[in-house]
Write a protein that binds this ligand. Structure first.
Ligand SMILES: Cc1ncc(C[n+]2csc(CCOP(=O)(O)OP(=O)(O)O)c2C)c(N)n1
Ligand SMILES: [Mg+2]
Length: 368
């Protein structure tokens, strides 16, 4: 008799509180009081909040432009962040310059906040460079496409900070799907036992390509961290103020010797996994519509009630940034094909030299 169980339906329905999110700005733009988290954002006046709103608008505009550039053949691929702007901006803007980011492929909003040049952001996605920027110049490693690997890098970097006697913090960005990877769990064991000043920032966007989060977790993902000895918090990932507050708390803990924190930013991937994906084949339109009502930009618009002039200034700035991005992207030169072999190993390698000469012969054959 078959004993196969469906992965989609857990045998025992587990009840848990799903309303336990830290939220300071609700979807209707109402400011909610929170005696624990309010002090962490006491300095964020409406002016500072407007600056965060501008970041959200610019990041969304860059993302929309990138999707258009991919559709026009100017980029090979793009992983959209639509819907996840607040999770990325709120956390990245809380960091210091000397903190260090280890991200996945979807964190172009974090990259923007770290000051990465838009042209450098476009290189890898245009397929003209293996990576885009000098990590040490901006305090952000180039994106890891191997799911979860960057959590190990972040933990190792954080331990290095302790050894160097500095109070910089490492932050690893990864998705809900990544929490099923061994690497993420191994990183948490290491971070907990060695008190590493690292933040595990999980953007639970409800999807790992076409797999819903219910196939990764039957309880909230944040609940796992305490089992490793790491405090965790679930935050409304579409609330830029709440994300800033929980990230600041985690940074403070890490800098003062309190070790790691796990943040689950609950959000939604409003677009496809990448521009190669067709989510209409698996996303329930009603679920997407429900999340559209929790949009991270709309709630700030309702709260801030910007003047027409201010809104127009931000919109014009977004157009300008998108235009610069497009121009920079189209100006990227194709590299010499053989440069592909340049940075594979630090020291020459006979096997690679053989591959290089074979490829050179192949290219010559194309010319004749
Ligand atoms: C080690 C590894 N396994 C599988 C893949 C293929 N893959 C690419 S993206 C992805 C889903 C990741 O989902 P999640 O961690 O939730 O991040 P999101 O794409 O939602 O930001 C998978 C399985 C990979 N890149 N690396
Ligand atoms: Mg995901």
């Amino acid at each position: 008799m078959s004993t196969a169980v469906s992965a989609k339906a857990p045998k025992v329905a587990l009840e848990f509180e799903s309303n336990d999110l830290v939220q300071l700005l609700d979807p209707d733009g109402r400011r909610l009081a929170d005696s624990h988290y309010d002090p962490f954002v006491a300095d964020i006046t409406d002016d500072r909040l407007t600056a965060l709103y501008e970041d959200l608008v610019l990041v969304r505009r860059i993302d929309t432009e990138a999707v258009a550039l991919q559709r026009q053949g100017e980029l090979a691929l793009w992983p959209p962040l639509l819907g996840q702007e607040a999770a990325q901006v709120g956390s990245a803007r809380a960091l210091r310059k000397d903190d260090f980011v280890f991200s996945s492929y979807r964190e172009s909003g974090v990259a923007f906040c770290r000051g990465i040049e838009l042209v450098d952001l476009a290189r890898a996605w245009r397929g003209t460079s293996a990576s885009g920027w000098d990590p040490y110049a901006v305090g952000m490693a180039t994106p890891a496409v191997i799911i979860g690997a960057q959590t190990l890098h972040a933990t190792g970097y954080a331990l290095g900070c302790v050894k160097d006697g500095v109070d910089s913090v490492a932050i690893a960005y990864f998705g809900d799907g990544a929490t099923s990877q061994g690497d993420v769990n191994e990183a948490m064991v290491f971070a907990a036992t060695f008190h590493a000043p690292v933040i595990f920032f999980c953007q639970n966007n409800q999807w790992a390509i076409s797999e819903p989060v219910s196939l990764q977790a039957v309880r909230p993902i944040a609940d796992r961290a305490p089992g490793f000895g790491i405090p965790s918090v679930r935050v409304d990932g579409n609330d830029v103020l709440a994300v800033t507050a929980v990230t600041r708390e985690a940074l403070e803990r890490a800098r003062s010797g309190g070790g790691a924190t796990f943040i689950e930013a609950v959000t939604y991937r409003m677009g496809p996994h990448t521009t190669s994906d067709d989510p209409s084949r698996y996303v329930d339109p009603l679920q997407r519509e429900e999340w559209a009502g929790k949009d991270p930009l709309a709630r700030l618009e309702k709260y801030l009630q910007l003047s027409e002039d201010e809104a127009a200034r931000i919109a014009a700035r977004a157009d300008e940034v998108a235009n610069d991005f497009r121009t920079a992207c189209k100006s990227i030169q194709d590299p010499e094909p053989l440069s592909l072999f340049d940075n594979v190993y630090a020291t020459p390698h006979s096997g690679l030299a053989r591959q290089r000469s074979r490829y050179a012969a192949y290219l010559e054959g194309l010319e004749s």
